[in-house]
Design a protein around this ligand. Structure first.
Ligand SMILES: NC(=O)c1ccc[n+]([C@@H]2O[C@H](COP(=O)([O-])OP(=O)(O)OC[C@H]3O[C@@H](n4cnc5c(N)ncnc54)[C@H](OP(=O)(O)O)[C@@H]3O)[C@@H](O)[C@H]2O)c1
Length: 248
């Protein structure tokens, strides 16, 4: 089996993952709902196919024969007013369809992109539960995302070895590719309080601001496809403004 199948390949994370994979000499199957809307996606090494991440049969058809799959799908990317139309079960249904479809196709590695809103803040609450840190109108989207993570955990004993990489802090579209990233735990990195380092933390006790470019998120995603390090778990992925370390 070769190549990576990317669900949500027309989006920001999906495009970054596709570019990173191509740069490493991997072939990519780019899954979008309507290929006609993405004439720019086709490139040498990229096959664009129609697919729906909510349909296990569609997932299996697109994924068969690949070494790994990436879930970079989102039903919402703004504007804020549109959040009301998000299906609260979207990420749960996507998790089920991916696990079922990949399992049927014999594809055993899945890397999913998470949402920083369900990391824990310094006060022990999820970021989404702090109205100062996270806009309350977007909470339904964060809850839907969190339900998807819960579903992956509920089904962690299945044949698909998944990992969810959760960007901590600001995820910058068009930001630079440094090729580096840190990996943390359940807590939002940064700050000297309990949210910073320690058990389940990330060692970012200096309190630097966590941040990640889509390009470096893609580096982490393709690393975890090519050389899996984390299994059936969720981690945070980030860089720290002004620092140049990489704990991988
Ligand atoms: N700091 C953070 O934690 C942070 C920040 C931003 C994003 N994220 C997360 O990163 C992930 C990717 O986000 P993004 O910014 O790349 O989103 P995006 O640019 O909005 O792209 C999402 C893609 O999902 C596709 N999609 C929607 N429904 C689909 C379905 N049923 N089947 C297949 N594809 C479908 C859309 O393509 P079509 O509609 O054309 O099919 C779209 O291109 C999401 O999980 C998002 O929540 C996290």
């Amino acid at each position: 089996m070769t190549g990576i199948v990317v669900f949500g390949a027309g989006g920001r994370a999906g495009r970054a993952v596709t570019a990173e994979a191509l740069a490493r000499g991997c072939t990519v199957t780019a899954v979008v709902r309507d290929p006609a809307r993405y004439p720019d996606l086709g490139a040498e090494g990229v096959t664009v196919v129609r697919g729906d991440v909510l349909d296990a049969g569609s997932v299996a058809g697109a994924a068969a024969g690949h070494a790994g799959a990436v879930h970079a799908v989102s039903p919402f990317s703004g504007p804020e007013e549109a959040v009301g139309s998000v299906d609260p079960g979207f990420f749960m249904r996507a998790a089920d369809a991916l696990l079922d479809g990949l399992g049927a196709a014999g594809v055993t590695r899945l890397v999913a992109v998470g949402l920083g809103a369900n990391l824990l803040g310094a006060d022990g609450r999820m970021v989404m539960d702090d109205p100062v840190a996270f806009p309350p109108p977007l909470r339904p989207f964060a809850l839907a995302h969190t339900a998807g993570l819960r579903r992956l955990r509920e089904r962690a004993d299945g044949p698909v070895d998944w990992v969810m990489l959760t960007p901590a802090g600001f995820l910058e579209h068009g930001g630079p590719r440094t090729g580096r990233y840190r990996v943390g735990g359940e807590r939002l990195p940064g700050g000297k309080g309990p949210g910073g380092g320690g058990e389940g933390g990330d060692g970012n006790d200096g309190g630097g601001e966590p941040w990640l470019s889509y390009a470096d998120l893609a580096v982490a995603v393709v690393d975890e496809i090519q050389s899996p390090v984390r299994h059936r778990t969720r981690v945070s992925v980030f860089n720290v403004r002004g620092e140049k370390e990489d704990d991988r």
